[in-house]
Design a protein around this ligand. Structure first.
Ligand SMILES: CC(=O)N[C@H](C=O)[C@@H](O)[C@H](O)[C@H](O)CO
Ligand SMILES: CC(=O)C(=O)O
Length: 298
């Protein structure tokens, strides 16, 4: 069971991407967080607030510094999404660190049926082929909650490179049915860090999430305790993530977690792209105080 951080995008004071931070960030994940695969350009990477050129350059930078890279390729324009997909495929031809791509649904204009969603994803998967393709289901952000069971049936038939769903939802009954109905080679990645245990129990094979950027070891403590049938320990390790996620309240997950990265010694800057907003000094100090209270730094 692998834990995969969805990496943040570091910005400089002037709001441009701080590319030189990626190498130390990648080293930090490997050495301090026990990580070997990264998911780039996703929700926490603020992908939909980045330009196509920036996402291409991020692909280059991560592929140069990390050994297993999954690139999220979708944006609101299918033209840009396909261009990024084919760019990632081209990079992968000379750099084997790129292992797969993933795509979300569009979220302004939305597909209304499972078949519409497959049709929407197909050009990206084709442009990235033979790279494996994964659907990134995150209805809380996209507002698209198409029936995943029907979708999986259709996509398995129609996209040859389909390898699974990154499932950021709490409906475990559906997840279990997806796992029972899946074809060969298809896997489900779990996306709710604060209830990682339930994802493992239900049959996900990996988890992708934001908190593994700074709680990778805690994540593996949960996995190992659960897999060795030590439920009390799995639960108490899980509570560490519960407490940390609770501590940021409504500050916004991305700015709060960038602040946490700074607190744990991996300074990515506090900047985020508008309409996200960076924490003020006061908010930063309050958050640090709350994290101290729940023993995050112990
Ligand atoms: C909505 C969202 O961003 N979900 C992430 C993964 O998909 C999670 O990793 C969360 O950031 C994490 O579970 C904290 O709530
Ligand atoms: C958590 C996650 O998967 C993302 O930020 O895209």
């Amino acid at each position: 069971f692998e834990l995969i951080p969805a990496v943040f995008t570091p910005f400089t004071e002037d709001g441009s991407i701080d590319y030189p931070k990626i190498e130390p960030y990648s080293t930090f994940l490997k050495e301090q967080q026990n990580i070997s695969t990264v998911f780039i350009s996703g929700t926490n990477g603020e992908s939909l607030s980045l330009s196509l050129e920036e996402r291409k350059r991020l692909t280059d930078e991560w592929a140069q510094t990390s050994s297993n890279v999954i690139v999220m390729v979708s944006s609101e324009s299918i033209v840009d999404s396909v261009e990024l997909s084919s760019y990632v495929k081209t990079v992968s031809e000379t750099n084997s660190n790129i292992i797969s791509v993933a795509a979300m649904s569009s979220s302004f204009f939305k597909p209304s049926t499972a078949q519409d969603l497959v049709d929407y994803l197909k050009p990206m998967a084709e442009a990235a082929a033979p790279l494996p393709f994964r659907y990134y289901h995150i209805p809380s952000m996209t507002g698209v909650s198409i029936d995943m069971i029907e979708f999986q049936d259709l996509v398995e038939d129609q996209i040859d490179t389909f390898v699974g769903i990154k499932y950021t939802d709490t409906d475990l009954f559906t997840l279990r049915k997806l796992i029972l109905n899946k074809g060969e080679g298809v896997e489900h990645f779990w996306g709710k860090d604060e209830i990682l245990i339930t994802g493992i129990a239900t049959g996900a094979t990996s988890a992708v999430g934001s908190t593994y950027n700074f709680m990778g070891r805690t994540g593996y403590d949960i996995v190992n305790a659960f897999l060795t049938a030590d439920l009390p320990s799995a639960q108490s390790q899980q509570d560490k993530i519960v407490n940390v996620v609770s501590s940021w309240g409504n500050l916004g997950g991305i700015p709060a977690q960038k602040a946490i990265m700074q607190m744990v010694g991996m300074d990515l800057g506090r900047g985020v792209r508008t309409p996200n907003r960076a924490l003020t000094d006061e908010e930063y100090d309050d958050l640090e105080e709350k994290l101290k209270e729940v023993g995050f730094f112990d």
